[in-house]
Design a protein around this ligand. Structure first.
Ligand code: NG6
Ligand code: CA
Length: 508
């Protein structure tokens, strides 16, 4: 959007602004790596800034993730690029702002791949540096180039954008097809029972949550009323593939097994593993071992499950003698949401827990809780424990890990801030554009500016402030992290400066 007219309003102030939009300086690394470290990105789905005890939660204990946060660098200004999944994952893997790609928005399970196979990606950069590369878990960046044939080789996908191996779910746990895909092939598929997927209309005679509510064991609140799999109504229609359908309650164990197997069988050369876990996204289906353990209902239970998974995975690295030669990055693709479409007690049993950790907004929002997420770097024996206030974004991993592994790869948007990631510098980025539903806002220093936008201010279904207003918003996050005081009118100089930086970053 163009803010020229708004800028004119501030011109009379004659504020001479020196913007620092130049690319941040390339980091000098102090780490002397005789051997390239393994790199693991553990990426949760919808985990909020306040969902971990290391980030201040008191009603839930996450000792295994806390051990990473307390033994590594705990970032307090760590960002996903976006307030939803697909765009954040796009930025993480390509180093490009998602608003540059109009397809980088929440995708259907049948959507085509949105990363160009010729595009630079994080796994490609690391492959060039001698790494073996793999993804285990949630993909949600599209598959195929139009009509996917789920019964043949599904391509292009992760294997065509830099991953040597892939074991994934196509989109989300609440979207069909509800099957695992191993290097482009549906796992356990019976050729006599082919899979068909449609996001527009149902297949004749197939039950849905609307036609057969008695078949559902989890009830839908909004959306999620199409095909029913394992008693859970999903988004999208699916027919066939009975033998291939996943079991929801052991998904965490299943992906953990794959991640463990990968590190055990790939330790001769450095590896990059993108381990994209499904918790605490809906449908929240904790294994019976965790049911009732948090006292907060399934959302709390799957956070405990995720924490256990992280502990088991770290134990495997230890047992294999890999922990001291592995950099672990832990984060989440967007902020928290309670009711995201099912009645699952997330709201009712929340108690005193604050998934937003004092921030405002949540998943889908331009306000801080949408994109500011737990962000940890851990490397036993190499990274010194610290808390860092540096502004860092997942999109910067591409350029920063390129530097770590001995090359240089600044894409248009990914900044080399390795020194912040490894604790050599207190400062990360100068500026960052965050995104929600294709709308962008500027974080710069202690400040956040949201341009005026048309649209819903509040999403009643998910009970979230979207940060969308028809007027400018300006917040000082140092003094007002909860974003209660809009300073746009009282601090016109800062506002004008922010607008100028914003326009220059957006190329307007
Ligand atoms: C929304 C879904 C929500 C979730 C989200 C994607 C409805 C009503 N809501 O459209 O439940 O699946 O998409 O979440 O269908 S994300 O974390 O993958 O971005
Ligand atoms: Ca998500």
């Amino acid at each position: 959007m163009c803010l020229k007219n708004i800028i004119f309003k501030f011109l009379f102030l004659s504020v001479f602004i020196v913007t620092s939009c130049k690319s941040e300086k390339t980091a000098e690394k102090s780490i002397n790596t005789s051997k390239k470290p393994n790199i693991v990105v553990i990426y949760l789905d919808d985990l909020g800034y306040g969902d971990l005890s290391a980030y201040g939660a008191t009603e839930i204990q996450t000792p295994n993730i806390d051990a990473l946060a307390n033994g590594g660098i705990k970032f307090t200004n760590g960002y996903a690029s976006s307030a939803t999944c697909t765009p954040s994952r796009y930025a993480l893997l390509t180093g490009v702002y998602p608003w540059r790609n109009k397809n980088a928005r929440i995708l259907a399970g049948s959507a085509p791949l949105i990363i160009d196979v010729a595009q630079q990606t994080l796994p490609k950069v690391l492959k060039k540096q001698g790494y073996q590369t793999a993804i285990v878990g949630k993909w949600h960046l599209g598959l195929g180039s139009g009509d996917v044939n789920w019964n043949g080789k599904i391509t292009p996908g992760p294997n065509e954008v830099g991953f040597d191996s892939s074991y994934i779910m196509a989109a989300t746990q609440d979207r069909v097809p509800t099957v695992y895909i191993d290097n482009g092939h549906v796992v356990g598929l019976d050729k006599n029972d082919p899979i068909e997927v449609d996001y527009k209309k149902n297949f004749e005679g197939e039950p849905t949550a609307k036609s057969n509510p008695e078949m559902t064991t989890m009830k839908w609140h909004h959306g999620h009323n199409n095909s029913i799999v394992n008693g859970i109504p999903r988004i999208g229609f699916m027919k066939g593939g009975e033998a291939a359908k996943w079991t929801d309650i052991d998904m965490a164990d299943h992906f953990l097994g794959k991640a463990q197997e990968y590190v055990k069988t790939h330790k001769e050369q450095p590896f990059f593993l993108y381990y994209a876990m499904q918790q605490p996204h809906v449908p929240r289906t904790p294994h019976p071992r965790f049911v009732g353990k948090s006292g907060m209902g399934p959302r709390g239970d799957v956070i405990l499950e995720a924490d256990w998974v992280v502990g088991e995975f770290i134990n495997t690295l230890k047992e294999e003698g890999l922990l001291e030669n592995t950099l672990i990055v832990f984060s989440s693709d967007n902020g928290p949401v309670l009711n995201d479409g099912y009645f699952d007690d997330a709201v009712e049993k929340l108690g005193k827990h604050d998934p937003k950790g004092g921030l405002r907004g949540g998943k889908y929002s331009l306000l801080e809780a949408g994109t500011r997420v737990p962000f940890i770097t851990y490397w036993k024996g190499t990274i010194k424990p610290a808390v860092s206030d540096a502004i860092v974004c997942q999109m910067d991993l591409l350029a920063s890990l390129a530097n770590l592994t001995g090359t240089s790869e600044e894409t248009t948007d990914s900044k080399d801030i390795l020194s912040a990631f490894i604790g050599d510098a207190d400062k990360g980025r100068d500026h960052l554009l965050i995104e929600a539903n294709s709308k962008t806002a500027l974080r710069s220093g202690d400040w956040l500016m949201i341009p005026p936008y048309k649209g819903w201010e509040f999403n009643k279904k998910v009970n979230t402030d979207l940060g969308v207003l028809p007027k400018l918003q300006l917040y000082n996050l140092k003094e007002d992290v909860g974003q209660q005081k809009n300073l746009a009118e009282t601090n016109p100089e800062k506002l004008a400066e922010m607008i100028q930086v914003y326009e220059s970053l957006r190329g307007e």
